[in-house]
Design a protein around this ligand. Structure first.
Ligand SMILES: Cc1cc2nc3c(=O)[nH]c(=O)nc-3n(C[C@H](O)[C@H](O)[C@H](O)COP(=O)(O)OP(=O)(O)OC[C@H]3O[C@@H](n4cnc5c(N)ncnc54)[C@H](O)[C@@H]3O)c2cc1C
Length: 380
């Protein structure tokens, strides 16, 4: 059987690597973009030599030993530990909300137990027994002052809706830490590929049994495929079925790039902007992902990228699913249709209509390979 994988992102590339190296089968991987790596793609900026993540900052982090073992075969990772800062009313704080954020915001010098007791009172002041919207839910988790400062404006920009109009279910947790731990991720393993994501993907796909075709949309070759070709599709399910049950909703992003004549613009990789008057949600400054690359780091130039959130319209890149009841039901219909279609498997974060971090995408690809592809191969 010949395998066609639609999408050279992380999920599709892991699947191609497994089919070629474990099953010894030929695989063709196509992507409509002009590069491999999907949203994880990074490349050196021509002018500055700085490694830039083309679709927003990507930090690999996981607590899944099998994923870390597998991905480490294709790249060494640096010891980069992600920290996020947030600018609010002209001052900068650390995120997620921790003892440093709480003390700086309230002008206090609380110890952990004092901070916990203080926030309990803040929360009780606006307590809502059954939060009916995102704002009420957030206030019930962290209290109104912290919500107003750090969550309200940012959420408004992310969703282009007042948080009072958004369902409470969008947030299940809004953690605050009563320690000074300001690490963004709690995972056991974390870093960025020492030689960049492009090199990692080159190694994943470096197999004589794998053929990669870029600038190739599935629609343009669909009619020519033989009936015994096994299609593993990591694109949008509604598009695959010509929107026959309706359109799934997504959030999209716009990235505004700028090269500045300064050595260091913001002193860190990611600065969030909480205030609603500032139209973007965050600024990425990519040289900070690789302080070990001395030449581009010391250069008197830097590359930054402002990230804006927007509603998806056909033709945009779909970044985040909008997992409300309407869309989840619609997705279930497309997934059932895919299950009924011979020689078709939906995969990847688009195909699953889920937000997945990279480690979950790898774990899922490995799982689908073991549970769906290997049994078919054994039968044939
Ligand atoms: C802004 C942002 C930041 C993120 N940051 C992190 C992070 O820091 N850490 C982390 O772990 N995860 C992060 N993620 C998640 C990470 O990007 C995903 O886990 C990962 O990209 C999933 O890989 P994928 O292969 O499923 O999807 P994708 O990377 O989207 O790959 C799908 C590919 O399919 C191609 N395709 C789709 N339709 C067609 C078609 N019809 N024909 C041909 N090709 C097609 C697309 O062009 C694309 O290249 C982030 C995501 C976003 C949106």
């Amino acid at each position: 059987m010949h395998y066609l994988i639609v999408g050279a992102g992380l999920w599709g590339s892991v699947m191609a690597n497994r089919i070629a190296s474990v099953l010894n089968q030929p695989v063709t991987v196509i992507d409509k973009r002009d590069h491999i790596g999907g949203n994880c793609h990074s490349a050196l900026d021509d002018e500055t030599g700085i490694e830039c993540h083309r679709y927003g900052s990507h930090i690999f982090h996981t607590s899944l030993p099998q994923v870390w073992e597998y991905i480490s075969r294709f790249s060494e990772f640096t010891s980069y530990q992600h920290k996020v800062f947030i600018s609010c009313k002209g001052r900068v704080y650390t995120m997620p909300i921790n003892l440093s954020t709480i003390n700086a915001f309230y002008g206090k010098n609380f110890r952990p137990a004092e901070a916990a007791a203080f926030l309990k009172e803040e929360i009780a002041r606006d307590a809502v027994a059954e939060p009916a919207n995102l704002e009420e839910k957030a206030v019930s988790l962290i209290g109104r002052p912290l919500y107003d400062a750090f969550i309200r404006g940012y959420t408004h920009k992310q969703w282009e809706h007042d948080p009072r109009e958004l369902p409470a279910s969008i947030i299940s947790r809004l953690p605050f830490r009563t320690t000074y731990n300001a690490n963004y991720f709690n995972d056991v393993w974390q870093g960025v590929p020492r030689d960049g994501y492009f090199s990692l993907f080159q190694k994943l796909l470096d197999d004589p049994r794998i053929t990669v075709r870029l600038n190739c949309d599935y629609e343009s070759i669909r009619a020519q495929l033989s009936s015994d070709c096994m299609v593993i599709y990591t694109g949008m399910p509604d598009q695959l079925f010509n929107y026959k049950y309706g359109e799934l909703e997504w959030r999209s992003l716009r990235f505004e790039w700028e090269t500045l004549p300064v050595q260091d613009y913001q002193g860190t990789t990611v600065m969030n902007y909480a205030d609603v008057e500032i139209p973007f949600t965050r600024i990425h400054e990519f040289k900070h992902y690789h302080p070990e690359r001395q030449e581009p780091f010391a250069l008197n130039k830097t590359v930054i990228c402002r990230e804006y959130s927007r509603t998806y319209a056909r033709g945009d890149e779909a970044y985040y699913p909008v997992n409300n009841a309407r869309n989840n039901e619609l997705y279930a219909r497309y997934a059932a249709e895919a299950d009924k279609t011979p020689n078709l498997i939906l995969g990847g974060r688009l195909g699953a209509y889920r937000y997945w971090d990279m480690d979950k995408a790898v774990a899922d690809a490995l799982h689908v390979f073991e549970t769906k592809i290997c049994p078919r191969e054994n039968r044939s």
